[in-house]
Design a protein around this ligand. Sequence first.
Ligand code: GLA
Length: 389
Amino acid sequence: MNEILIQDTTDFFKEKFGNSPSKTVLSPGRINIIGEHIDYNDGYVLPAAIDKIICFAFKKNNSNTAIIQAIDLNESIVIDVTKEEILSEVVWTNYLRGVLFQLKLKGYEIGGFNCAFSSNIPTGSGLSSSAALECGFLFGINEMFNLGINSIDIALMGQKAEHWVGINCGIMDQFSSVMGLENKVLKIDCRTLDYTYHEANFVDYSLILFDSNVKHSLFTSEYNNRRIECNEGLSIIKENYPEINSFRDCDVNLLTSLKSKMTDNVYRRSLYAVKEIKRVIQACVALDNGDIETLGKLMFETHEGLSKDYEVSCAELDYLVDLAKVEEDVIGSRLMGGGFGGCTITLVKKGSENAIKGKFTKLYADQFGIELKIYDVKISNGTSLYKKN
Ligand code: GLA
């Protein structure tokens, strides 16, 4: 499937710009096994890059102008790369403008270039198409102009670009899009950015993404609110226990002792963060030991926390997880990504995949009148240059 995307992107570039691209970049979306909403809370996360990608074709054009074509939208923009970037009303362009803004901020000088890109990452599904866009675009510019930016800085600058657009996100999406490895999940320590790779072996189970096919508009404002609420929780903890700097160093008893000093929302957000940080550590050990039943149980617990305490779920996602809970052949499921719509990530016994997919599709349509989308993903490499075989 990706070969066709790459060929189509290359053909489009040739047709539009009259020559072949000098660099072709593949930039993936990501899944996350467990560790949700704790990348910005000094936690650990367990994501992986997937085989759904954005393909970019690039070539310098010896001018000061970047001409960028979004093939799938049939829209293009022309940007003077010597000028200061400002936010545009055309939303997709802001992720790219954000990258150019970061480059300028850090003193990198670039010239003009032509670029065309096309994607098969579903948007609004919690698979981080925006991180793939930022990081793939920056990766290509870095290659074309030999800027020498290392992979982790590409991820960090991608994250800053996303902040510039208005979402105060953590580092998980950009980091996993850039640093992913085939058949490995990444355990990232979001406090230090240390990371380790772990075998993505789910033994007798398959990972399936069920896409609720809804995206509630609350996403950006509520996402940013959660960060504010968590910061408030942490500052109350610090006022009382100055030696504690992070939810990571906190336990449930300590937090409960401060309950009366917090609003109910701030308490529950903090409680979720403290518990989820501990769950990821247990989940990673379970994965390493091939104990997929324990991993699945932890995923159900995460969903419960995200739905009841963190309040980033919605009726559609809760319904999909409730369906999963009563199926004997499904051992774990939870909402994945920021929430308020998008996908659940679900562990289904091998051999039962088709039966479960069929059943969920029917029940979901009966309940909401919405078509359930389903993705089988392969865990793949992070952002890379495409080299023809
Ligand atoms: C979004 C953000 C990430 C992370 C997840 C929730 O995908 O971009 O940084 O916070 O939500 O885990």
